[in-house]
Design a protein around this ligand. Structure first.
Ligand code: GDP
Length: 297
């Protein structure tokens, strides 16, 4: 049912495959696979990721027998769609919580991607799941970020731990966690500083915060508009600090979501949540099959 709709979106594919064929071969799918490649590039998936994906789908599709009565191009699109879903993890990937005591969720990401907003949205989301939360303001470079978190904390009804801008982020995080443990808080969310670009100081600081708090989740916040740049970004953060997953923000924008495909492909780590707007309630689980539809256009 769903792939028929997607096949219609792929109107141009019909030229490549003929109903008379009984089996998909490397030759007869070459042209439609070029269209699929173009669709992925238009969705701003990074080129190496597209190459590997197209290669693996071509390998899988070749030799597949065609079902009579179903258009061959629809069958190919279904294979592509299923592989996209698989590549993005297949199922919804839930947040991981510590088996006992206070769970730490560390948020990392470049400046402006929506990290502070995600911090509050996540607290709101977890509160709805019945978990008590505390946010830690460990972005000491922008006093405005601390103020912003305080305001958001008020809105969500969640305490914010801060020590101003003179204390080291790892120290703030450690002290904040201690406070949360004392207060028997279920989940602590640590907001860290972002930079406009990846630099060593930011990575070192994140490593120290991670070491100080032993987080159950290290989530990289990625702006969906980043598109193909996401591949390099995720690779670096994953190698440098070791992430457990990602949160994709600004999906309410007009991006086709190509970044989503890159995240899992380059890091092996799932996207756990997506942000779809500026309001607190605009955070939801990541559904790979919906994203596959969006990427295919
Ligand atoms: P940070 O520098 O990473 O902490 O980014 P902020 O949380 O301050 O967010 C930067 C801007 O992006 C703000 O204007 C937010 O309102 C906006 N923003 C964050 N998440 C989303 C989202 O999912 N959709 C949209 N449209 N805007 C968002």
């Amino acid at each position: 049912r769903s792939f028929v709709i997607r096949a219609e979106m792929f109107g141009q594919l019909t030229s490549g495959l003929e109903a008379a064929w009984k089996v998909l071969t490397k030759e007869n799918i070459a042209e439609p696979m070029r269209d699929i490649r173009r669709a992925l590039l238009e969705a701003d998936v990074s080129l190496p990721v597209v190459r590997r994906f197209v290669q693996s789908v071509s390998d899988k599709a070749a030799g597949v027998g065609l079902i009579r009565g179903v258009k061959p191009d629809q069958q190919l699109v279904k294979i592509v769609h299923d592989e996209l879903v698989k590549l993005m993890g297949g199922e919804v990937s839930d947040l991981v919580f510590s088996k006992s005591g206070t769970t730490v969720i560390l948020l990392a990401g470049l400046q402006g991607v929506g990290k502070t907003t995600v911090c509050a949205k996540l607290a709101f989301y977890l509160k709805k799941l019945g978990k008590s939360c505390m946010m830690i303001a460990a972005d000491v470079y922008r006093p405005a970020a601390i103020d912003q978190l305080m305001i958001l904390g008020d809105q969500v009804g969640v305490p914010v731990y801060k020590e101003g801008t003179e204390v080291k982020p790892s120290q703030i995080a450690r002290n904040g966690l201690e406070e949360a443990i004392k207060r028997r808080i279920d989940v602590v969310i640590v907001d860290t500083a972002g930079r406009l670009q990846i630099d060593k100081a930011m990575m070192d600081e994140l490593k120290q915060v991670k070491q100080a708090t032993n987080p159950a989740e290290v989530l990289l916040v990625v702006d969906a508009m980043t598109g193909q740049e996401a591949a390099a970004l995720v690779t670096t953060f994953n190698i440098e600090i070791g992430i457990t997953g990602a949160i994709l923000t600004k999906l309410d924008g007009d991006s086709r979501g190509g970044a989503a495909l890159s995240v899992r492909e380059v890091s092996g780590k799932p996207i756990k949540l997506v942000g779809r707007g500026e309001r607190l309630e605009d955070l939801e689980p990541f559904y790979p099959d919906r994203m596959a539809g969006r990427i295919l256009g």
